[in-house]
Design a protein around this ligand. Structure first.
Ligand code: BT5
Length: 274
């Protein structure tokens, strides 16, 4: 199902009634549905600064100027994607914050897997199906009068046809297999998975942190692969992705040396065992 001749998947607006129902049933989540907005991360950051509680989910039916990391853009044609931002107010120690983006990527991948896809997370938090990006995550810290908040932005390609994919490295649920779920179901499944995992992690102390690290390591598609890492300041690193350390950094073995990378774009070159 990867050709441009794939029939156009069913389109329709997000279901506001289902989101209202979910808000009533799950007190730790509430949904604010916007028909169109430039960036849900910007709206959610503003809501957090003016007192939004943990668990507010700002959803755009269409996001017109989505942001990626490092001033890059996130493009989604109307009616084809899930784009939302979840406000969190983590109480874990500051040293644990770097794990939050990894937790989100891991659990978005798990939620997509639960819909029947073979999804995996590429360090730190790109979600891939067959090595193509189906979801991107942008976690930003904002200062608010009641302490720092995390804005967890998630974009998932749901109903795009092959012709609508913004870049050749992208895929969508509709392209990856027949019978893609509707956008509202994807949104609710993903938000619930992330919120639950976050609560378990927060409540679990050191044990929770260790469990997350073990689970992330065992599902991360990057480990064991030959990688090229484009570093944020320019320059790159080539080697074998050997581990994720306790601070969430990628450990790369290159020419017998061990380097730890806290941020960067990873390109999977080939499987180490190939
Ligand atoms: C990301 O950045 O992957 C983070 C994307 C976060 C988007 C969400 S949507 C809700 C919330 N509100 C926002 O404004 N943002 C968040 P990065 O790793 O920098 O990847 C960006 C790169 O992915 C672009 O430069 C393109 O090459 C590619 N790209 C753009 N749109 C894409 C798409 N829909 N699917 C796959 N790849 C895409």
């Amino acid at each position: 199902m990867t050709s441009g001749s794939t029939p156009t998947p069913v389109r329709g607006p997000l279901d506001g009634d289902r989101l209202r129902g979910a808000s009533e049933l799950t007190p730790d989540l509430s949904f604010e549905l916007l028909a169109r907005t430039p960036s849900t991360n910007e709206v959610a950051a503003e809501r957090a600064r003016t007192g939004a509680h943990e668990g507010l989910v700002v959803v755009a039916d269409h996001q017109s100027s989505g942001r990626g990391r490092l001033d890059r853009t996130w493009e989604t044609p109307p009616g084809t994607a899930v784009t939302f931002s979840l406000v969190l107010r983590p109480s874990v120690p500051p040293a644990s914050w770097p794990w939050l983006p990894l937790l989100v990527g891991h659990n978005v991948a798990k939620a997509i897997t639960a819909f029947g896809y073979d999804a995996a997370v590429k360090w730190p938090n790109d979600v891939l199906i067959e090595d193509r990006k189906v979801a991107g995550i942008l976690v930003e810290r904002v200062e608010t009068p009641t302490g720092p908040a995390a804005i967890v932005g998630v974009g998932i390609n749901v109903a795009m046809t092959a012709d609508e994919l913004p870049v050749p490295t992208a895929t969508s649920l509709a392209v990856a297999g027949p019978g893609a779920p509707d956008r509202t179901s994807v949104l609710l499944g993903v938000v619930a998975a992330v919120r639950e995992a976050y609560d378990v992690w927060q409540a679990g102390g050191e044990q929770g942190a260790a469990r997350l690290a073990t689970s992330y390591r065992s599902h991360c598609a990057t480990l064991g692969r030959e990688v090229r890492v484009e570093l944020p300041g320019g320059g790159e690193l080539r080697g074998r992705a050997d581990d994720i350390d306790d601070d969430g950094r990628l450990v790369v073995v290159t020419d017998g040396r061990t380097e730890r990378v806290g941020a960067g774009d990873v390109i999977h070159v080939r499987a180490a065992s190939a």
